[in-house]
Design a protein around this ligand. Structure first.
Ligand code: NAI
Ligand code: MG
Length: 365
């Protein structure tokens, strides 16, 4: 049978960018005879509207069965006042937690055509190609105790940074495996200077690193890492870090590449019975309520997320390259959505026109 994909478009611009990915999935079926069994369901605010929960149990069960989940984005002002337990983001967190997607891969790659557009100097970002591996299922977003408690005559908000050795170890292993397939260079970031969890992190990463003698391992405090990412990002290849620092560092790396609308991600877990890792692919950006419904969203982050699915879930590395080259070609040709416009005098294309341009470049490939 064909490999299966569950599409969860979500809220805001999620459905808009996902529509372009569906075109591209269709193209691979028609032109390359690479077929997928595609199903679609609700997540986030749209699921809350339909079911009163940001992720229905049936959707959760489906996500566990498919070979890959593609997610758009969740959230929006309409849902800001909802109880924390049913907020759209809880749907996404539940997917990540129950699928046990502990390794979040976030490439920060600067296409040549956009090197001038980055907020940094061209020579700092031109040719940039780094990969941040963020631990995704533990740390301060999940650690107990957590909550808002009474303490004396005021309240205290508590979250706990907590990492077990095995949690650090599996994240580290996935980063070292990736480093072996790339340039054999790994920098691990924590704050071992002020946090015990950071001391343990550094110790475990060093221990796992001994199994990968070919990989050049270095350690850096995460605050310095943020500075170095802006100063000279090309010093890095693979960066391994925890959930919280990874959230910040990858958003920081996002600006190196020009726009949030360009950044894909993969979240991988343990291998399933068929050998494929549990996997969820999504753009890094959110639901962008400020531009939702206007056909302005850049679909490239979501399209490149599908390219990562081709590479990491479906063993279609050559087809992933083909898709990434098509995106590169379109950008080199000067096709720009509004978020990629620096200079005046260029008319932006719409979300669907960008998708069509990528299809055109695929046709020509
Ligand atoms: P955001 O990523 O939605 O938007 C930040 C800025 O980037 C906005 O100005 C937006 O217009 C722009 N932008 C984002 N993606 C774009 C694209 N593809 N093309 C063109 N411009 C794009 O982050 P924000 O505004 O902080 O959050 C909005 C909502 O999204 C909130 O409800 C938030 O909770 C949710 N969110 C969801 C995420 C997810 O589903 N993984 C991640 C981040 C935020
Ligand atoms: Mg973030």
């Amino acid at each position: 049978s064909n490999p299966s994909i569950l599409i969860l478009p979500g809220d805001g611009i999620g459905p808009e960018v996902m529509a372009e990915v569906r075109k591209i999935i269709g193209w691979f079926g028609d032109k390359r005879d690479i077929q997928f069994d595609v199903s679609e369901d609700l997540v986030g605010g749209s699921a809350y509207d339909a079911h009163g929960t940001p992720l229905h149990d049936d959707t959760m069960a489906k996500a566990q069965e498919v070979d890959a989940v593609l997610l758009g984005a969740v959230g929006g002002p309409k849902y800001d006042d909802l109880d924390f337990s049913v907020k759209p983001e809880r749907g996404l967190l539940r997917l990540r937690k129950e699928m046990d997607l502990y390794s979040n891969l976030r490439p920060a790659q600067c296409f040549d055509a956009l090197a001038d557009f980055s907020s940094l100097k061209t020579d700092v970002v031109a040719g940039l190609d780094i990969m941040i591996v963020r631990e995704l299922t533990s740390g301060v977003y999940f650690g107990e105790p957590r909550g808002i408690f009474e303490e004396g005559n005021e309240r205290v908000g508590i979250n706990t940074q907590r990492y077990t050795e095995s949690e650090i170890e599996r994240a580290a292993r996935s980063a070292f495996e990736l480093a072996m397939r790339r340039n054999k260079k790994l920098c691990s970031m924590e704050k071992a200077n002020v946090m015990e969890s950071g001391i343990l992190w550094r110790e475990v990463v060093t221990r796992v690193g001994a199994e990968y003698p070919e990989v050049e391992l270095s350690h850096m405090y995460a605050d310095n890492g943020a500075m170095q990412l802006v100063r000279w990002p090309k010093q890095f290849d693979v960066i391994l870090t925890d959930n919280l620092f990874g959230d910040l560092l990858s958003d920081c790396a996002a600006m190196l590449t020009g726009s949030l609308g360009m950044l894909p991600s993969a979240s991988l877990g343990a291998p399933m019975a068929n050998g494929r890792p549990k996997a969820l692919y999504e753009p890094v950006h959110g639901s962008a309520p400020d531009i939702a419904g206007q056909g302005k969203a850049n679909p490239i982050a979501c399209i490149l997320s599908f390219a990562m699915a081709l590479r990491y879930s479906f063993d279609q590395g050559a087809e992933a390259d083909r898709l990434e080259k098509a995106v590169e070609k379109v950008l080199a040709d000067g096709v720009r959505t509004a978020d990629l416009l620096g200079e005046e005098g260029v008319t932006p294309v719409s979300t669907s026109e960008m998708g069509d341009a990528v299809i055109g470049a695929l046709d020509a490939s």
